[in-house]
Design a protein around this ligand. Structure first.
Ligand SMILES: C[S@@+](CC[C@H](N)C(=O)[O-])C[C@H]1O[C@@H](n2cnc3c(N)ncnc32)[C@H](O)[C@@H]1O
Length: 264
């Protein structure tokens, strides 16, 4: 898992997606920022560069081994003194109210059974006027070239429904933030695209094939044949894989009545 998050983290299209979202929030110099579900620390390391010398970034994750891996990876990073790490569940954050200028959760909420509880906590620890930002893939938007369309759809959707609490999480981001009482909710839709089967896309499809076997969607020879189908497309230059990322941000009110406006 650490390895696959790091491979994803250094994929150029993923770097662009992540940075566009951090600019959209926006994260600025001098801020104190929390990332919930920090994994191996890919986003925390980006945030450390954005918050500058007077800023601070705290990464929390419910997995102790993830936090340990993030700590080890950060140990030799030039900006390590701007990063803090804690093991904690997103639905019970170990911080006082209003401690952060911004709280983010990036590709986390689709894994969570009760995302409302996590967002509620993110709102609590954000100061009035601060921002809560969430970004998730939406696995209802996967488009990929393959000669066997029916099997591709069965594998893509079948595996996603087994792997994620909410495979359509991405499109629910604005409603989740408005439901938590945030104002001025804005949405940024972005697209991941790969046409060369880079290491991230390759391991994404290999994991889909493995899980298709595990969940009884295809047998092992069919899953291998399905994977080989991509290799042929890549060789001909006809491979395309895209899926959408939805990033939403909202502002915590100062306590006055909240104006409910449609998402921009
Ligand atoms: C796909 S990783 C994302 C890591 C990082 N945000 C990134 O984009 O590279 C999801 C992470 O969320 C963590 N996670 C899942 N549910 C959580 C929860 N309820 N509270 C805190 N962390 C959680 C997992 O342990 C995992 O490390």
């Amino acid at each position: 898992m650490v390895q696959s998050l790091e491979v994803r983290g250094r994929t150029p299209a993923q770097i662009r997606l992540r940075r566009r979202f951090l600019r959209f929030v926006p994260i600025r110099a001098g801020q104190r920022v929390l990332e919930v579900g920090c994994g191996s620390g890919v986003v925390v390391r980006d945030l450390a560069a954005r918050v500058g010398p007077r800023g601070e970034v705290v990464g929390i994750d419910s997995s102790r081994s993830m936090v340990e891996a993030a700590r080890v990876l950060a140990r030799t990073h030039a900006l390590r003194h701007r990063m803090r790490w804690r093991v904690a569940p997103g639905a019970a954050l170990p911080f006082a109210g209003g401690r952060f200028d911004a709280a983010l959760a990036i590709t986390v909420l689709l894994h969570v059974a009760d995302p409302e509880a996590v967002v509620r906590e993110m709102v609590r620890v954000t100061r009035p006027g601060g921002r809560v930002g969430v970004q998730d893939q939406d696995f209802g938007t996967v488009a990929v070239t393959h000669p066997d369309r029916a099997l591709t759809e069965r594998i893509m959707w079948g595996v996603a429904t087994h792997m994620y609490e909410e495979p359509h999480s991405g499109r629910r981001m604005p409603a989740l933030l408005r439901g938590a009482g945030l104002g001025d909710v804005r949405l940024l839709t972005d697209v991941f695209q790969d046409t060369t089967l880079e290491p991230f896309a390759k391991s994404f499809l290999e994991r889909r094939a493995e899980n298709a076997v595990r969940f009884g969607i295809a047998d092992a020879p069919a899953a291998q044949k399905w994977l080989d189908g991509f290799t042929e497309l890549v060789a001909r230059g006809d491979f395309v894989l895209t899926f959408n990322y939805y990033g939403a941000v909202g502002v915590k009110s100062h306590g006055g009545p909240r104006k409910v406006r449609p998402t921009r």
